[in-house]
Design a protein around this ligand. Sequence first.
Ligand SMILES: [Zn+2]
Length: 491
Amino acid sequence: MRKDIFLFSFSTLLCFAGQVNSQSKKAPIDAIQQAEIKRDLFTLADDHFRGREAGTLDELKASMWVAEQARKAGLEPAGDDGTYFQFYSLLRERVNDHSTVKIGDRTFSLWKDMIVWEPGFASVDAPIVFVNDPLTVDEATVKGKVVALQFTEQDLTDPRKIIPWRYVTLVVQNCVKKIAAKGAKAIIFVSDDRAQQAWARAIQDRIRGTYRIEGRPSRQLLNGIPIIWIGADALDLVRVPNQQFQANVYAEAFTYPSVNVVAKVKGSDPKLANEYVLFSGHTDHDGVRNIEPGKDSILNGADDNATACVALLAIGRAFHQQPGKRSALFVWHGAEERGLLGSYYFAEHPTVPQESLVAVLNADMIGMNSPDSAGLLGITPPHLNSSDLANIALAENAKGPKFKLDTEWDKASHFEGFYFRSDHLPYVRKNIPAIFFTTLTHPRYHTPADEAATINIEKLTKMTRWMYATGFGVANAANRPKIVDGFKLEK
Ligand SMILES: [Zn+2]
């Protein structure tokens, strides 16, 4: 009797289990809760984490918090040595404070009335030649001299130059290699009105120096040829014929820890569980800058990229509630703002076999702009690296949020080059199918005004559900997404 009851119960259980299993293709999208997303966003984008700058304790603290939330969400550790963490070293080089510049009789003061653009070692004592057109100047004029020029608004048709900081960086990038190639000993830029508007921001950026990881090239433009930037008040000084320039520039180097947080939900299919759908975001932002009394100096990066971090936690909770056939891997990258360094590191040193990564779904800034629009990058050639993956994402948009998708920002011709500016890129370079979910930039981007209170939480929830549904579809698809034949990025 007891035995019979047992058998009956067991078969009922099997039957019930079969039903659950037959429904397993439907994603429990309601597991993604707007209230939880809001709670997490307001915590991660709070002043408490001081802008989560890479290579600081603030990034580490924020990463610990993310790992703790992942643990609470039921995710298993998938970093190094059974932990949630993959640590790596950030190599930082910066201009040493003892660097000096003198023009004629005037001594300039570092980070006050002069900016040294990048760290290096150089000792220069040479006359200045002022040039009006740096791009056409000949070698005979420049060789052995210090070239001075003023920032110029020529070519302002380039829309990037409307923002003073981009204007300055583009002019510097356009000029310095060409001038250095003609034998200049140093290069002096003098502000015009537009460049001067970027002065304070430039100091905050340049004082930090440059960051890289082992195995990645330095982002320096020149080596051993000082690039100096001074104010317009020094224009007459550098125009004096054969004016003398003397500089001693020094650099110093540091190594800091940075970290990727890595977690997983194991797939339900014994074979496919060895394959991973990778959900990607970045924890870091730009820290504390331009401290002035009474002004907000903390760049909380609520949209960039606390939105994606909390989206990944919500997606993790949904996968924990119902795993896909393939495993779900979650990587909260560090040091994205310093040059995609965490994602380059993980792509080079994945904690699961590289060939087991079937797709990367990256999100960066997914909570701003009009409620019914979004961007999906990696769906337009030459950025389309997997039609299979793009089609799943597009079909899920049609089924779910029905965002009106931007068609401009993914184009190779788009002036922002946005496709190259987030964490899917290192994986794309490894030929792993990848797409990039974003709601694009806005005037608060990379300013202290990017705050949790300005995020459209309802839209963020929709973006999270869309990303989740796409990943769940990939996790349960019969075949892993294929790479487009002959796929090659334009740069
Ligand atoms: Zn970002």
